[in-house]
Design a binder for this molecule. Structure first.
Ligand code: UDP
Length: 310
């Protein structure tokens, strides 16, 4: 039986990974300090003999007695509202947390997978973004705590690969949505769905002409699983290349939720990327992966989940 440590295991993506890898027959240790995660995301797994939860802050030394085959480092605030509230913890999760989890992977002779982000491309001047694009990041702006800590974590991961032969994987995750997103995390999907369900104004920042591309969480998890099994050591984009303006997205959610909400335009936050869309040529070729879930289908599942009052 393979064993895996998932940091950020009580978070949105981390908890989906715990569930998925348990079903695949892994022994799973989830680590989280529940600063932005939620223990309820993994509550249903806690009776499973192959599952263990450890409350721990990854920026402190990590000690695990069991053998590990994989270390997956997913711990970090990921919503702009969250990471701008706690920028220092975010920088520590990406820097010290990456150093600690890499050290653990080396000691256990485990494979290491880093959860990186499309934010490494900043406000991109190339659209869609291939892995070879170096990005356009403000190093001292309000998003820097996330962007730069993830860029640092990629650099650290590659340095350990080159110097110590660590078997590394780096997934650059683009906008992902689905059940278990925190209702109040401030990101566009939870905001728009909550607002639409209450018939409250849907808050579109700026003109709404900025674009994003939304991947349903089950597609992302399948991509990560394929990456774990692949020999690729360098970054791979995983996301859905169907690009929409935020205004289109607001209208779609309003329609699917059968909402009477009006659109309310609000100021565009500083350094908000104008466009974002993954070039997934590499994932298609190397992992034989591409997203399957249609945006509408994924949104309906997510709306239903939010309606249940989660
Ligand atoms: N956004 C919006 N209204 C909201 C929340 C977000 O118009 O209530 C916009 C935000 O300005 C950005 C996009 O939606 O252009 C995606 O924002 P999110 O916070 O989900 O994450 P990002 O992709 O910027 O990291």
């Amino acid at each position: 039986m393979k064993s895996v440590l998932i940091t950020g295991g009580a978070g949105f993506i981390g908890s989906h990974l715990c569930e998925f890898l348990l079903e695949k027959g892994f022994k799973v240790i989830a680590m989280d300090n529940v600063v932005t995660g939620d223990i309820r995301n993994i509550g249903h797994l806690r009776g499973n003999a192959n599952f263990q939860y450890i409350n721990h802050d990854v920026s402190r030394h990590i000690s695990i007695n069991d053998d590990l085959d994989f270390v997956l480092h997913f711990a970090s605030p990921a919503s702009p509202i969250d990471y701008q509230k706690i920028p220092i913890q975010t920088l520590k999760a990406g820097s010290l947390g990456t150093h600690n989890t890499i050290g653990l992977a080396l000691a256990k002779k485990a494979k290491y997978l880093l959860a990186s982000t499309s934010e490494v491309y900043g406000d991109p001047l190339v659209n869609p973004q291939p892995e070879t694009y170096w990005g356009n990041v403000n190093p001292t702006g309000i998003r820097a705590c996330y962007d730069e800590s993830k860029r640092f974590s990629e650099a650290l991961t590659m340095a350990y690969h080159r110097i110590h032969g660590l078997d590394t994987k780096i997934v650059r995750i683009f906008n992902t949505f689905g059940p278990k997103m925190r209702k109040e995390d401030g990101r566009v999907v939870p905001n728009f769905i909550n607002q639409a369900l209450k018939n409250a104004p849907i808050t579109v920042y700026g003109s709404g002409n900025q674009t994003r591309s939304f991947c349903y969480v089950s597609d992302l998890i399948e991509g990560i699983y394929r990456l774990m099994a692949s020999p690729l050591n360098e970054p791979v984009n995983i996301g859905n290349p169907e690009e929409h303006t935020i205004l289109e997205f607001a209208e779609l959610i309003k329609k699917l939720a059968k909402s009477k909400s009006k659109i309310a335009f609000k100021p565009l936050p500083q350094d908000d990327p104008h466009v974002r869309c993954p070039d997934i040529t590499k994932a298609k070729k190397e992992l034989k992966w591409q997203p399957k879930v249609e945006l509408r289908e994924g949104l309906m599942k997510t709306i239903k989940w939010f309606m249940k009052g989660n």
